[in-house]
Design a protein around this ligand. Structure first.
Ligand SMILES: Nc1ncnc2c1ncn2[C@@H]1O[C@H](COP(=O)(O)OP(=O)(O)O)[C@@H](O)[C@H]1O
Ligand SMILES: [Mg+2]
Length: 288
């Protein structure tokens, strides 16, 4: 794994080519089906499990290994693709990198911050400030219109007075983003009034509202037809060029994979292959 050259960099702001996210020894076990545990442990689980005291008890939840020790460096400003068969653990890795889920062991470092070691409240704040997510199924709120959906991360991030103080700027940013994704005339439509591709564009605008440095995309074109997927792809790359974030994109989509700066391949909970064709030690990230 490449160690980043130390540059003259201030206040945690990384120069292009530096490592933005450093994943080390990431392991994730999900609970096994309780049916796999011995009879006496299941019996104890029935009687005592309601207290929550056995939630971490290995005999009952002997972990089902999903990520088996992942090391990965994500370089500032790159579009890193993660490809691999379904069930390999790609989404799990993305969730752990974005602190949506805690690892069983291992660390995720963002710049010099240990994300995995933060309290939940700090993690939530960090997520809101630094990370944007785009999911395969958009995850928009059905009762909010496009503009409100885009504003949601800010509504969550600030107290009511703080939100009202920033309201003008936030609305201007949300409107500009919706214009940018081609939905300037659909701001007050709800998700049910938008096509899949349009919903994904709203989701992308939402992900970018708070100007995150890191955008995590899980199969962003996975639920769209070819042409719409292509448009979403163009849009993501155009926005990346304009706003300069770092992208980690999980994808099955070959066209999307081809346009990533670098690809890593995941199989059975491990990164097995680097498809950039080069020796990882000599890999030069864009802008380095
Ligand atoms: N909450 C969960 N509880 C138990 N197993 C899970 C959970 N989430 C995912 N898994 C399992 O983890 C494995 C990897 O899932 P995932 O990361 O979604 O793979 P991918 O995105 O590569 O298709 C799958 O076998 C899946 O069934
Ligand atoms: Mg997945």
């Amino acid at each position: 794994m490449t160690e980043p050259a130390e540059g003259a960099v201030g206040a945690g702001v990384a120069a292009p080519g530096r490592v933005l996210v450093r994943v080390r020894g990431l392991v994730k076990n999900y609970p096994r089906q309780r049916a796999d545990a011995p009879f006496w442990a299941r019996w104890l689980g029935r009687v005592w499990g309601w207290t929550g005291a056995l939630d971490e008890w290995p005999v009952l939840h002997d972990g089902l290994p999903i990520l088996k020790g992942v090391d990965l460096d994500v370089h500032e400003g790159e579009v890193l693709g993660v490809v691999g068969p379904s069930g390999a653990g790609k989404s799990t890795l993305l969730h752990l990198m974005g602190a949506l889920d805690p690892p069983t062991s291992g660390t995720v470092l963002y710049g010099d911050q240990d994300v995995t070691g933060m309290s939940q409240a700090r993690q939530a704040r960090w997520r809101n400030e630094h990370v944007g997510y785009v999911f395969q199924f958009y995850h928009l709120f059905p009762d909010l219109d496009a503009l409100e959906n885009v504003l949601l991360p800010a509504m969550v991030a600030y107290s009511v007075p703080a939100y009202l103080g920033r309201r003008r700027d936030l609305h201007a940013r949300a409107r500009a983003l919706l214009d940018e994704v081609g939905l300037g005339d659909r701001m007050h439509h709800r998700p049910s009034q938008l096509s899949g591709g349009e919903q994904q564009r709203v989701a992308i605008a939402r992900a970018l509202l708070q100007r995150p440095r890191l955008l995590l995309c899980d199969e962003p074109t996975g639920n769209l037809d070819r042409r719409t997927g292509e448009q979403i792809l163009d849009l993501l790359l155009r926005l990346k060029a304009a706003e300069g974030q770092t992208y980690v994109v999980v994808t099955h989509d070959e066209r999307l994979a081809k346009r990533c700066d670098r690809l890593v391949h995941m199989t059975d909970g491990r990164l097995t292959d680097r498809l950039d064709g080069g020796d990882p030690e000599s890999y030069q990230p864009p802008g380095a």
